[in-house]
Design a protein around this ligand. Sequence first.
Ligand SMILES: [Zn+2]
Length: 228
Amino acid sequence: MRMKSYKNYKKLTTIEVIQLVKYSIGIEAVLDYYAGISLENVKGRKTKLISCIFHQERTPSLAITPSKNVFHCFGCHAKGDIITLVSLLKNVSQARAAFIIAEDFGLLDKVKPQLKLSIKEKAFDKELERNFRQKEKELFDFLLQVKQHFQAITKNIKNERDLQRKGGLYHIIAKIEYYLDLLSDYEDFSPEGRIDNYILIQRFIGKEIYPIYKAVQEKAIEEVSPNE
Ligand SMILES: [Zn+2]
């Protein structure tokens, strides 16, 4: 039987164990097991106040919210989920804390193939989402740089001729601002919407920004050349 648990243990990645622990263990059980505190007789409907386990105090200021599986101390400002709680109590990393909880609560023995698959999928989605968010951030930073660059150029417009040559940049800057908004309001979009936005912006960069950027670079060189 121990062999089986070891097999499961090896199969789940750290992210999967974290997900598994978060979805299956309640904060009441964690407090009871690791701190010997029972919430049963503690008053409070949604949130229960107890004496903090992370700092010395006379009046209880550690708020426990079982429905959200989180804690928050108004005294020492310690806060987080059950994994943070155990990592603080035992002074270990979040990953280690997740494995400790999983082991102590026998979760690794109980992982059924179907549950394991759903955890794997959830963890995969999370990782995918994190990677995509990183890509969105890079795109945002790039657009912001281009915008600042273009804005600097429009500041130097001094005459009619300059305006004719560089005036088109105002239009592009407005578009860049629109796309920056799309990238910052990513939470308002579905995953498909975010992917659509990403593709749209990449196309915009290739078709509109890049040619202008190139032209601006070439013209900048022209401007400093003596025979201009
Ligand atoms: Zn505290």
